[in-house]
Design a protein around this ligand. Structure first.
Ligand code: AMP
Length: 442
């Protein structure tokens, strides 16, 4: 008879997860790559609050988007103000750009972020209610060469993460606001006698933001979209020229791309360039990230007319791809040394030794357990350390310590003062975990 397994009384909320140490190795690695590549390209880090006034997202992401309509974690604070956990990064950055007068900084302002986001999405593979994105924005300048640089940076990061080959870069232009107005009218005309084939979501899209119907995942709509008027035919000469230049810049940078006239992105604020990295096998369903130009957004949010362009990628999906491809990240969590001791005197002597070992870059577990030396050695084995330092009554009396090689099972006695030196030699200078926070200036 199988025993019923009792669940612990408290569990995480549906759709959110603990990040346990093994997974943190991936998050840490991704953060490192993003920080490094962004810094090289002149981006500086920004962190906006986890929640904002709801209007920040309603105004920017747009009333017709799925995010605002269905997916926001919105609540009232004690004074009845409507607040929302941030579902994406650009709105907060733009709010901050305007609030802090960043238009007075040298332009363009280049910012990047690595943060958690929250969407009341239906939890499933690659779709969670708390997830993490890294992203970046270039605000204050409009040029296809900047769009190309953002795309290049994104590609470079995927390359550093060992997964660039899994994706295709999809690009499109959705033109200027005027282009889209003309096109929206054409789309509405086209769907005039086809509304009965549309589901409720697509009907709403057609009404509020006809362009978004191109983004539909409904099969009937997808078929109808194939014969719908093409945005490219409604672009002004200027928009066409911008798109053409973008493609030339990408070619100059040796970036492969696929033109996709149905790509519009799910948020209302885009203009001109839009792009996404699609999974080669699963396509848009498993996109890793996307971005584009949003020239009208800063003005819409109350700032001076200011062009901008950005990108964001989902870290959980990146990690899933890395794992699937068996990409292992360098990890530095493995311990070098376990310190085992017997008796109060030995324990006291161990404390400064543990500090010294750590300061020298030796990762040291100083559990200082109370059990017999044998028990402590078993524990050291479980922590998978290559070396254990043993100090008992005899060693305290003689001013020595024993260093045990855990793999081979041999041990040697060394003067207490030379323990650190011996261990450093054993693990090799290149494996030391030395750390310098950098010079402080007073
Ligand atoms: P979006 O701005 O919606 O295109 O999101 C950019 C990227 O963030 C997507 O391509 C995903 O990699 C990731 N992402 C978006 N929503 C979620 C979610 N609910 N769970 C996990 N990752 C997400």
């Amino acid at each position: 008879m199988s025993e019923e397994i009792q669940k612990p009384p408290y569990q995480t909320v549906k759709g959110v997860h603990d990040i346990l140490p093994k997974d943190h190795e991936y998050y840490t690695f991704i953060k490192k790559v993003v920080r490094h590549r962004c810094r090289q390209a002149g981006f500086r880090r920004i962190t906006t609050p986890v929640f904002e006034f709801t209007d920040v997202f309603k105004r920017s992401v747009g009333d017709s988007s799925d995010i605002v309509n269905k997916e926001m974690y919105t609540f009232e604070d004690k004074k009845g103000r409507s607040l929302t956990l941030k579902p994406e990064g650009t709105a907060g950055v733009v709010r901050s750009y305007i609030q802090h007068g960043m238009s007075n900084w040298p332009q363009p302002v280049e910012l990047y972020y690595i943060e958690p986001f929250f969407r009341y999405d239906k939890p499933q593979k690659g779709r969670y209610r708390q997830f993490h994105q890294f992203g970046y924005e270039i605000i204050g300048e409009s040029d296809p060469a900047l769009d190309a640089q953002i795309i290049y940076l994104s590609n470079k990061i995927l390359e550093d993460l060992g997964i660039d080959q899994l994706f295709t870069l999809q690009i499109n232009t959705i033109g200027s606001a005027e282009d889209r107005e003309r096109y929206a009218a054409a789309i509405k005309d086209y769907y005039y006698d086809k509304e009965r084939y549309l589901d409720e979501d697509d009907k709403r899209r057609l009404e509020n933001n006809p362009l978004r119907i191109l983004d539909s995942k409904n099969e009937d709509t997808m078929i109808l979209n194939q014969s719908a008027p093409k945005l490219i035919d409604y672009l002004s000469e200027e928009s066409k020229q911008y798109y053409q230049e973008l493609k030339e810049c990408l070619e100059e940078l040796d970036i492969e791309y696929q033109e996709n006239s149905l790509l519009v992105r799910g948020l209302d604020y885009y203009s001109m360039t839009v792009f996404e990295f699609w999974d080669k096998t699963e396509g848009a369903q498993n996109a890793i990230g996307g971005g584009g130009r949003y020239d009208g957004l800063i003005e819409l949010m109350g700032g001076q007319p200011t062009p901008a362009c950005g990108f964001a990628a989902g870290m959980e999906r990146i990690i899933a791809h890395m794992k699937r491809e068996k990409v292992r990240v360098p990890q530095k969590d493995d311990l070098h040394v376990f310190v085992a001791q017997l008796g109060v005197e030995a324990k006291k002597k161990c404390l400064p030794l543990i500090v010294e070992l750590r300061d020298k870059g030796i990762r040291t577990m100083g559990a200082l357990g109370k059990g017999a030396i044998k028990t402590q050695l078993k524990l050291a084995d479980k922590f998978k350390v290559p070396y254990t330092v043993l100090i008992g009554l005899t060693e305290v009396r003689e001013g020595t310590a024993i260093i045990r090689d855990m793999k081979v099972g041999t041990q040697k006695t060394v003067p207490f003062d030379e323990v650190a030196e011996n261990i450093m030699e054993l693990i090799g200078e290149e494996n030391l975990d030395t750390y310098s926070p950098g010079e402080l200036v007073y």
